[in-house]
Design a binder for this molecule. Structure first.
Ligand code: FES
Length: 566
C-alpha cells in the first residue's frame, strides 16, 4: 500500500498518460518504444541532451546521457533521452553564426519546456556543455518546476604546442599575433591544430565553466559536476549516480523553485565574482531569476561584486585552467572556503536533498600552503568583484564591465567607431587601431546584431596585436568569457533602440571610470540632443525566421535578454 502511494506520487505527471483509460494511444506508443506493463507505473524522467557531433563542447553529451539513463533505470524509473539544439560559441565567434548563439539559449529553454510538458515527464535531467546550453537548461527547469538536475559535460583538457598549454583563446590570440607579424605561419598552424585536444567545454574560467561552477554553487547540479573534466572517469560516475539523486528529489518533491531563491542566486554570483567568471553570467542569472518568478537587478549584482573579493588565478586573466581546480579540491573546496568566510548562504537546499552547508561539510579544504590557484581573501587579486555595473550618459540603463584591476581603473581616450565587429579586424590589419583609442562596436545588441554577439575575436586580436593595455573597447554586444582587457559591454539602451552609443562620433572623447562606474561621452547635453534629433532607427536586419522573431521579442541586456515576457 505504502509502495503504491509512493509510486503514484512520484509519477504524478506521467500517470496522466499511463494510468488513465482515456489515453490508449499514448500507452500504445509507450509500449511501442519498449516499455512494459510494469514500467507504466514508474516515474518517467526526460533526459535532455544538447549533444551533437559538430564541436567539442557537445560531442560527448549523447554518450553521457546513456550513462544517465542507466542510472535512472537502475533506480526503478524510466529514462527517456531527447535532444535539443545547441550552438557552440567557439564555432560562431567572429562570424555571423554568432547571431544565433544567445537566441539559442532561449530556444533550448523552449525546447526542454515543450518536450517535458508535452510528454508529461515527472522530472528532467539536462546534460549540457556549452555556454548557452546551461542557462537555457536551467531556465527550462525553472519554468517547469519539476524535480530536475543539471549534469555538466565537463571542461576540456588543455592543448599543447612547443611546451606551452593552449586553449580556444590561444587560437584567436594567434590571429592578433599574425596581424602584428609576431608569429610564423608554421606556429600559427601549430597553435590552431593543437589548441583543442578533444571533448569538453573551453578550459578557462570562460562562460561554460563560469555557469557550471556557479550552477553547482546554486545547488542544481551534484557536487563536483563542474570540476570533473569531460574525459575524467568521475564524469561517468556522476552520470550513473544521478538516478539515486533524482529518486530522492521525487520522494522529497524538491523542485527547482525550492532551490532557486534570492539567496541561492547570491551564492551563484558570489562564486562568479570570486573566480573571475564571465560577464555573461549577469545576463544569464537575470534570465534564470525571471524564469523562476524572481527579480534580479544589475544593482543587486553590483552589491554582490562589492562584497566579494576576486581570488582566482584562472584564465582568461590568470594562469590556470579549470582542469587544475580539480587537483586542489574542486569547486566544493572553493565554495567551502567562501562559506567559512561568511560569503555563502549555507541554508539553501540543493539537488542532493541536503543544504549547501551539509554538502560542504563533506568537501575537502583548500590548502593555501600547497596550491597557488585560489588566494586567501587577505591576498585577493582585487578586493571586490571584477564585474562592475556601469552607468553614465553612454549607458543610462546600465552596462557591464570586466575590471580585474590588471587593466587599470580608468581609461580616457578617443572614439574609434566600428559599425560592425568585422571592421575592427580590418582596422587592425591596416594598423588603424592606435594607443588611446576607445573602440566603439555598435549595432551589436540583442535587436541590432541581432543576437548580441560576443566580441572574442576583436578583443583577442587586440591582445594578440600587443594593444591590450593601450586601447579600450565598448559595445552594446557582449563578451566571451575568454575576453580580457579594458572592456565594457551590454551597453543599454542599445544602438538599435537609439541609445547614446548610437550617437558617438569618430574622435569623441570617452572616459571609462571603474571607480565611479561611469561611462562618459564628453559632449554637452545640447549636443547630445542635437545628435539625437538627427538619428533614425535602422531597419531590422531580419524580419522573418528565428532572428526576426528574436528582434520582436527580446528584452534588453539589463533585463537578461529574455524572450518569454510580454
Ligand atoms: Fe562551447 Fe566554449 S565554445 S564551451
Amino acid at each position: 500500500m505504502q509502495a503504491t502511494e509512493t509510486t503514484t506520487r512520484l509519477n504524478k505527471y506521467s500517470a496522466t498518460l499511463t494510468q488513465e483509460i482515456s489515453n490508449p494511444a499514448a500507452q500504445a506508443m509507450l509500449y511501442g518504444v519498449g516499455l512494459t506493463e510494469e514500467d507504466m507505473a514508474k516515474p518517467q524522467i526526460g533526459i535532455a541532451s544538447t549533444g551533437y557531433e559538430g564541436n567539442t563542447c557537445n560531442m560527448h553529451l549523447n554518450g553521457l546521457s546513456v550513462y544517465v539513463k542507466q542510472g535512472i533505470q537502475a533506480n526503478n524509473m524510466v529514462g527517456l533521452i531527447f535532444n535539443t539544439i545547441g550552438v557552440s560559441d567557439g564555432m560562431t565567434n567572429g562570424n555571423d553564426g554568432m547571431r544565433y548563439s544567445l537566441p539559442s539559449r532561449d530556444l533550448i529553454a523552449d525546447s526542454i519546456e515543450s518536450v517535458v510538458s508535452a510528454q508529461w515527464y515527472d522530472g528532467v535531467i539536462t546534460v549540457v556543455g556549452c555556454d548557452k546550453n546551461m542557462p537555457g537548461a536551467i531556465m527550462a527547469m525553472a519554468r517547469l518546476d519539476r524535480p530536475g538536475i543539471m549534469v555538466y559535460g565537463g571542461t576540456i583538457r588543455s592543448g599543447h604546442y612547443k611546451g606551452k598549454k593552449l586553449d580556444i583563446v590561444s587560437a584567436f590570440e594567434a590571429l592578433g599575433k599574425r596581424f602584428a607579424g609576431n608569429i610564423s605561419d608554421e606556429d600559427f598552424k601549430g597553435v590552431v591544430q593543437n589548441a583543442i585536444p578533444g571533448a569538453g567545454a573551453c578550459g578557462g574560467m570562460y562562460t561554460a565553466n563560469t555557469m557550471a561552477s556557479s550552477i553547482e554553487a546554486m545547488g542544481l547540479s551534484l557536487p563536483f559536476s563542474s570540476s570533473y573534466p569531460a574525459t575524467h572517469e568521475g564524469k561517468q560516475e556522476e552520470c550513473k549516480k544521478i538516478g539515486v539523486a533524482m529518486k530522492r528529489l521525487l520522494e522529497m518533491d524538491l523542485k527547482p523553485r525550492d532551490i532557486i531563491t534570492k539567496k541561492s542566486l547570491e551564492n551563484a554570483l558570489t562564486l562568479v565574482m570570486a573566480l573571475g567568471g564571465s560577464t555573461n553570467a549577469t545576463l544569464h542569472y537575470i534570465a534564470i531569476a525571471r524564469a523562476a518568478g524572481l527579480s534580479l537587478t544589475l544593482d543587486e549584482i553590483q552589491a554582490i561584486s562589492d562584497r566579494t573579493p576576486f581570488i582566482a588565478d584562472l584564465k582568461p586573466s590568470g594562469k590556470y585552467y579549470m582542469e587544475d581546480v580539480l587537483e586542489i579540491g574542486g569547486v566544493p573546496a572553493v565554495t567551502k572556503y567562501l562559506y567559512q568566510e561568511g560569503l555563502i548562504h549555507g541554508d539553501c537546499m540543493t539537488v542532493t536533498g541536503k543544504t549547501v552547508a551539509e554538502n560542504l561539510a563533506e568537501a575537502p579544504d583548500l590548502n593555501f600552503e600547497t596550491q597557488k590557484i585560489i588566494f586567501p581573501l587577505s591576498q585577493a587579486i582585487k578586493k571586490t568583484g571584477h564585474i562592475q555595473i556601469m552607468y553614465g550618459n553612454l549607458a543610462p540603463t546600465g552596462a557591464v564591465a570586466k575590471i580585474t584591476g590588471k587593466e587599470g581603473l580608468r581609461f580616457d581616450g578617443t572614439a574609434k567607431i566600428c559599425e560592425h565587429e568585422s571592421e575592427i579586424i580590418d582596422a587592425l590589419a591596416k594598423g588603424e587601431i592606435l594607443p588611446g583609442h576607445v573602440i566603439v562596436i555598435r549595432n551589436a545588441g540583442p535587436k541590432g546584431g541581432p543576437g548580441m554577439s560576443e566580441m572574442l575575436k576583436p578583443t583577442s586580436a587586440v591582445i594578440g596585436a600587443g594593444l591590450g593595455d593601450k586601447v579600450a573597447l565598448i559595445t552594446d554586444g557582449r563578451f566571451s568569457g575568454g575576453t580580457h582587457g579594458f572592456v565594457v559591454g551590454h551597453i543599454t539602451p542599445e544602438a538599435f533602440d537609439g541609445g547614446p552609443i548610437a550617437l558617438v562620433k569618430e574622435g569623441d572623447r570617452i572616459t571609462i571610470d571603474a571607480e565611479t562606474r561611469q561611462l562618459t561621452l564628453h559632449i554637452s547635453d545640447e549636443e547630445m540632443a542635437e545628435r539625437r534629433s538627427q538619428w533614425q532607427q535602422p531597419a531590422p536586419s531580419f524580419t522573418r525566421g528565428v532572428l526576426g522573431r528574436y528582434i520582436r521579442s527580446v528584452k534588453s541586456a539589463s533585463e537578461g535578454c529574455v524572450t518569454d515576457e510580454m
